[in-house]
Write a protein that binds this ligand. Structure first.
Ligand SMILES: N[C@@H](CCC(=O)N[C@@H](CS)C(=O)NCC(=O)O)C(=O)O
Length: 241
């Protein structure tokens, strides 16, 4: 019986952080984790039986409480794998890959730095989309200044040095994927594949380009041709002047 229920929609930027993570952690098919798809109402509400109001992902716990932020969900999974208490947590930990936060305080701080920068860039990108993509034209006031990608590109420059020497084709790299990599990749893929914004195209972002190109070949990251709903895929990459 599943002890945890994860509410998502597969192509969503934030839910995908968790789905990529679970795949990398070796937990995607765990009998203890049920992945429930929400339906999106015409007013953009995320609906599913048993799901409270609010954005996805949401993780329902056996004690009837919920974790409602993607970063907290990632930490929760890492915590129960690092220090399992209940039997079902021990089952999960037994099959899970090793820590994806880093092996010592220094590495864990680096993971948190990357995660904070990637999360911040994701929020700013989302805001820019709401102000400049045709997808939101009917729902929101547009604003050409607020839809500029300049601030997001600045975050990319800050992230670039963190990927020096990483994802260089060394097979041991597979064991070193972190929760921050999952968060960052989910963002880069969403911005490029859905909104047509390639944030690592700049020739100065050599490390990030290598990270993106390497990660997108991983099983956790692959997406089919028709991954995004057609009407969204048609409107999202159209940027208003
Ligand atoms: N800070 C939240 C953001 C989650 C989020 O915005 N999710 C989107 C889907 S990718 C959503 O549910 N949007 C619907 C809404 O805003 O009501 C997290 O990290 O989990």
């Amino acid at each position: 019986m599943a002890h945890l229920e994860l509410f998502v929609f597969t192509w969503g930027l934030y839910p995908r952080r968790i789905l990529i993570y679970l795949h990398e952690k070796g937990l995607l098919n765990s009998p203890h984790i049920k992945v429930a798809q929400v339906t999106i109402s015409p007013t953009a509400e995320m609906i599913a039986p048993g799901k409270p109001k609010g954005t996805v992902p949401i993780l329902a716990l056996p004690d009837g409480t919920f974790i409602k932020q993607s970063v907290a969900i990632l930490d929760y999974f890492e915590d129960i794998c690092d220090n399992p208490e209940e039997d079902w947590q021990k089952d999960i930990a037994a099959v899970a890959k090793t820590s994806m936060r880093g092996r010592n305080a220094r590495d864990r701080a680096t993971t948190r730095e990357i995660l904070a920068l990637a999360d911040e860039a994701t929020s700013m990108f989302g805001f820019a989309c709401h102000k400049g993509s045709k997808l939101f034209l009917e729902m929101e006031l547009t604003n050409p200044v607020a839809s500029s990608m300049a601030i997001v590109r600045r975050s990319m420059k800050l992230l670039e040095p963190y990927y020096e020497g990483r994802f260089e084709g060394d097979s041991s790299e597979a064991e070193k994927v972190t929760i921050a990599d999952c968060v960052f990749f989910s963002f880069l893929q969403f911005s490029k594949e859905l909104y047509g914004v390639d944030l690592v195209a700049d020739s100065e972002l050599r490390n990030l380009r290598r990270f993106y190109d390497a990660f997108k070949e991983r099983d956790s990251a692959k997406i089919p041709e028709d991954f995004y709903p057609r009407y969204i895929k048609e409107l999202a990459p159209v940027w208003l002047e």
